[in-house]
Design a binder for this molecule. Structure first.
Ligand code: ARG
Length: 429
């Protein structure tokens, strides 16, 4: 953590009307959170900015300087990339977390971690409040508010952009009036959010779900049309459900994710076009780029299919939906998440082995998998001899297994007015 005092050009001569209270603001460096600093100061708060490094390609030194220039009393930058990988991405991957079967929850998953650090800094600073830059229309406000509720219910949350009712133009005016630099380059029509697990893009032309996202909306992935003509193969080694190696080389999860983002992106892998159901009842269209998440989720699920029995797989798949929902809905710091984590952890003991994924012009396909715990038995599965399987037993099994089907059908064929009365049906043989 780095501490820097308020710069001298901030006009501190005007005393605050109210008693000064401390507030810790999750600060991204964008327009909303930059305007929030003078806005909160006018409301009588001493603002402490907190910026998280979660792997987004941003100059965080510049962001910190900007927070101070906007009037923050102190500005912290916390590098939480390893923590994000180990404590958030790893369990989400073990749970194959995908919202509505499509979105790897990259933005959603980072919110509780940011919330955790907001509370941490608030405690160290003796702050009574925390703040975030979310508007009143999205999911992220719910996540930030509920993190604080789950971790520190005594702290109050303020979301300036939810209450100030300024248009973007008014915000820009407000920024100029308060000597807050407005990012000139950031005149892109898109709203984006980035971290190790993916990039989220919305707004602009993407708001029309009938229109194909233009190429300029993407930043991490090459167009599949321009991707290499030869496939790239990646071999991922898992231990207990966690990726540990890439092509045989041991890597931290953070490094492994970074590398897969690069290789996947080069091959056009990980583009997702999702019309999603927000928790606040709104349908929205969002585009995601999640190369590493796409590759790892596919590889992990394929390894589970090899080593876990069907009933466990099916039960786990249904709980995975619940897990994905709770991440989306801002319920990370809850007993439900802890209980599901415990369930998932017991399922991962044998999820070890290697998975080969073929990346080719936008697709990521699992083409090979091995495991010391593989339930796949060549001598059982093969159609060419080597019989340990006692095929003659199948007939008896099918008789018992099919008894309810036969019973139902024999009644149904009589009970259905239009149904043909099959000759000879009656009591099952
Ligand atoms: N829709 C995503 C979610 O709720 C991402 C939200 C942030 N997206 C953005 N482009 N700023 O998790």
């Amino acid at each position: 953590m780095v501490l820097i005092g308020a710069p001298s050009f901030i006009d501190l001569s005007k005393p605050c009307e109210m008693e000064t209270r401390k507030i810790v603001l999750a600060y991204s460096g964008g327009l909303d959170t930059s305007v929030a600093i003078p806005w909160l100061r006018e409301k009588g708060y001493e603002v402490i900015a907190l910026t998280m490094n979660l792997g987004q390609p941003v100059d965080l030194e510049a962001v910190r300087a900007k927070a101070l220039a906007a009037g923050a009393a102190r500005a912290y930058v916390v590098d939480a990339r390893e923590q994000f990988a180990e404590e958030y991405i790893a369990p989400a991957l073990a749970a194959n977390a995908l919202y509505e079967g499509q979105y790897p929850l990259s933005t959603a998953l980072a919110r509780p971690l940011i919330g955790w650090h907001l509370v941490d800094v608030a405690r160290r600073e003796g702050a009574s409040h925390v703040a975030h830059g979310c508007t009143g229309k999205g999911n992220d406000q719910v996540r930030f508010d509920l993190c604080t509720a789950g971790l520190a219910p005594d702290l109050e949350v303020i979301a300036p952009a939810r209450v100030w009712k300024m248009t973007r133009e008014e915000e820009v005016q407000y920024a100029h009036a308060h000597h807050v630099a407005v990012p000139a380059a950031k005149r892109t029509p898109y709203s984006t959010d980035e971290n190790l697990w993916g990039r989220s893009v919305e707004c602009g032309v993407l708001e029309d779900p009938a229109i194909e996202p233009p190429e300029e909306a993407y930043a991490w992935t090459r167009s599949p049309l321009e991707a290499p003509d030869r496939p790239a193969y990646v071999k991922i080694g898992f231990e207990g459900g966690r990726p540990r190696t890439l092509g045989g080389e041991a890597l931290s999860l953070r490094e492994l994710v970074e590398r897969l983002n690069r290789i996947g992106g080069e091959n056009g892998v990980g583009r997702i076009d999702h019309v999603e159901s927000r928790l606040v009842g709104i349908k929205s269209r969002e585009v995601y780029e999640c190369p590493a998440a796409t590759i790892l989720l596919g590889a992990h699920a394929a390894l589970e299919a090899l080593v876990l029995p069907r009933d466990l797989l099916e039960t786990k798949r249904s709980l995975e939906q619940r897990y994905s929902l709770l991440i989306y809905d801002g319920l990370w710091f809850t007993p439900l998440r802890e209980a599901l984590d415990a369930f998932v952890a017991t399922t991962q003991v044998r999820v070890s082995g290697e998975v080969t994924v073929k990346l080719y012009k936008g697709s990521a396909r699992v083409v090979g998998r091995t495991s010391p715990y593989s339930m796949y038995r060549q001598d059982l599965a093969t159609y060419s001899g080597g019989d340990r399987y006692r095929a003659e037993m199948a007939e008896g099994f099918i008789y018992v297994w099919g008894l309810p089907t036969r019973t139902w059908s024999s009644i149904g064929s009589k009970a259905t007015a239009k149904g043909p009365l099959a000759a000879g049906t009656g009591i099952p043989r």
